[in-house]
Design a protein around this ligand. Structure first.
Ligand code: MSP
Length: 532
């Protein structure tokens, strides 16, 4: 096993059930985790829930249950949803678990002792929905309303513990500026962060006092609760801060939505720098990459419960049941807002992507090849030999080499759509090869059956490599295809940590002539919308 890969999603608030935004970030993390497993890397994929927010207390009260019960219920809904959708996270952290609470207190205690956390007083504009203070200039710009919810901001004064964020501005500018150790992508987002750091950093309050008991106490001062965002950010570290998991640190990719960039790009690395300089913490290095995505909107408009275009859990289940899990993840991960522009979740677009890429390209190509193998070779993969002249000197391994190169490059830069397209390129090349060589015509000609065999072998071999590249996106259907083509050993190997071996598996010529190719139902039946 060569290297390790650690990927995280934000941990989600448990004031309500999961929706498309949560499923999206987790799905892209799952694709990345599977890709790195495919490479044979020792991969750790973390997701979980952020439970100490005041809005969890409020929504529990509105629903007439205790905060703990409400948190338990919704945390379970997140776990069930992710399990149902086939997410392969290695752990699910809940910030109300003792393992997290104990470590957060130890991190804050270390910062108190080093002076990076100190007691002071704070006054400012507070956005209750977002659980954050809004700087004076931003508050004024938005007319003292929340830029997110439009609710009025509240003037608040508190005695707080502060984190000395101001001490880390220069280090962050330098680190982010070079991007060698710690990077934020896309670049436009990094530039936003850099510009804001240059305006100057103030120390930030990291504790709350008051009514609610819900939260982690500041060590040595029971009257203060650690601010939920500080508590939450530490999840990435606390989960792997055990003897057998420290090897996964630091995070290779933190995936986040754009609305939580500031916490992750500035406060989080600054806290890590503060911890790292203490004796024994040399291993607490900065995350490698923070990748920020944009938002899903739905049917052309910002998602809203009132407009009725909210892609909630019921909608997610509807799509998964109608089109299959793979279709949902494929659409989300290849048509989602990974860059700086928002994406539209529209049913018509979903159907178009499903039919074009999955039914008509991948699914149909596999059906053609397995049907012809059944028809002409009794369902046994034929021996390759001489190519028909009409193949025009095609070099299959070259097509594959280029696709794998493009795929790898795209995966490295988190361009999931490009990566999937590179894999689909192999499938499209198979279709063109069939069009050019016309095996069903050849089969009618005397003595041409061996050439038909060559064509089908090459098609099957190309599809085998395409299936490997598509596995992170379409794990269920690809595994079904592997079962039908005698490639079940890939699924077995991938179930073991570090068992993947893409570099080897993708090499040309590994399909065994004579092995069985079962034809069966289409992997992705074409979807015909019901007539109104
Ligand atoms: N609990 C904090 C994160 C703490 S991480 C240390 C939080 N939780 S959240 O429940 O609000 O979920 C935030 C994540 O959900 C965002 O990063 C984003 O990934 C995702 N999304 C929520 N709505 C979204 C869309 N409409 N579209 C895409 N993703 C969005 O913030």
């Amino acid at each position: 096993m060569s290297s390790k890969f650690y990927v995280t999603t934000p941990i989600y608030y448990v004031n309500g059930e999961p929706h498309i935004g949560h499923v999206y970030t987790t799905a892209i993390a799952d694709v990345l985790a599977r890709y790195h497993r495919l490479l044979g890397e020792d991969t750790f994929f973390l997701t979980g829930t952020d439970e100490h927010a005041a809005k969890v207390v409020d929504s529990a009260a509105e629903n007439g249950v205790s905060t703990q019960e409400w948190a338990d219920r919704n945390a379970q809904a997140f776990q069930d949803t992710f399990d149902r959708l086939g997410m392969t996270h290695d752990d699910f952290i809940r910030t109300t678990q003792d393992r997290h609470i104990e470590r957060v207190q130890s991190y804050v205690k270390q910062l108190l002792d080093s002076g990076d956390v100190y007691l002071g007083e704070y006054e400012g504009w507070y956005d209750a929905g977002q659980e954050e203070y809004v700087p004076e200039n931003k508050a004024k710009e938005s007319d003292y309303k929340s830029p997110v919810s439009d609710q009025p901001l509240v003037r608040k004064t508190e005695k707080n513990y502060f984190f000395k964020l101001s001490a880390y501005g220069d280090a962050l500018l330098q680190l982010l500026g070079s991007g060698d150790v710690f990077d934020v992508q896309p670049t436009a987002r990094k530039n936003e962060v850099l510009a804001r750091i240059r305006e100057g950093l103030n120390d930030i309050p990291i504790s709350r006092t008051g009514s609610s008991d819900w939260g982690i106490k500041v060590p040595g001062d029971d009257t203060h609760t650690i601010y939920v965002w500080i508590d939450a950010l530490f999840n990435y570290l606390s989960t792997v801060d055990t003897d057998d998991r420290r090897k996964y640190w630091s995070t290779d990719v933190h995936l986040i939505g754009k609305e939580i960039l500031w916490f992750h790009a500035v406060i989080w690395p600054a806290m890590l720098l503060a911890l790292n300089k203490l004796p024994g913490n040399e291993w607490i290095r900065l995350p490698r990459l923070l990748y920020t995505h944009s938002q899903w909107i739905a049917e052309g408009k910002k998602m809203s419960k009132i407009l009725g275009n909210f892609i909630d859990l019921a909608q997610i289940d509807h799509y998964a049941e109608t089109f299959g899990l793979d279709a949902l993840r494929y659409f989300l991960t290849t048509n989602g807002p990974l860059g700086t522009t928002d994406s539209d979740f529209a049913e018509s677009k979903f159907i178009e992507v499903y039919n074009t890429d999955l039914a008509n390209t991948f699914g149909n190509c596999f059906s053609r090849v397995s049907n012809m193998t059944a028809r002409y070779f009794d369902g046994k993969l034929p021996e390759p030999g001489e190519e028909p002249e009409s193949a025009n000197g095609i070099e299959h391994d070259r097509v594959i080499d280029k696709a794998v190169r493009d795929y790898t490059k795209a995966m490295k830069s988190l361009e999931l759509s490009k990566a999937a397209d590179a894999a689909m390129g192999i499938v499209r090349a198979v279709d063109s090869y069939i069009e050019a060589t016309q095996p069903f015509q050849l089969a009618k000609q005397d003595g041409k059956l061996p050439q038909v065999g060559t064509v089908l072998y090459n098609c099957a071999e190309s599809l085998r490599v395409a299936s490997l590249l598509l596995w992170p996106f379409l794990p269920e259907k690809v595994q079904e295809m592997w079962q039908r083509t005698g490639c079940g050993h890939y699924a077995d190997a991938l179930a073991d940590r570090g068992g993947g071996d893409l570099d080897n598996w993708r090499q040309w010529g590994q399909s065994q002539p004579g092995s069985e190719i079962q034809k069966g139902d289409p992997l992705f039946p074409r979807f015909q919308p019901a007539k109104a």
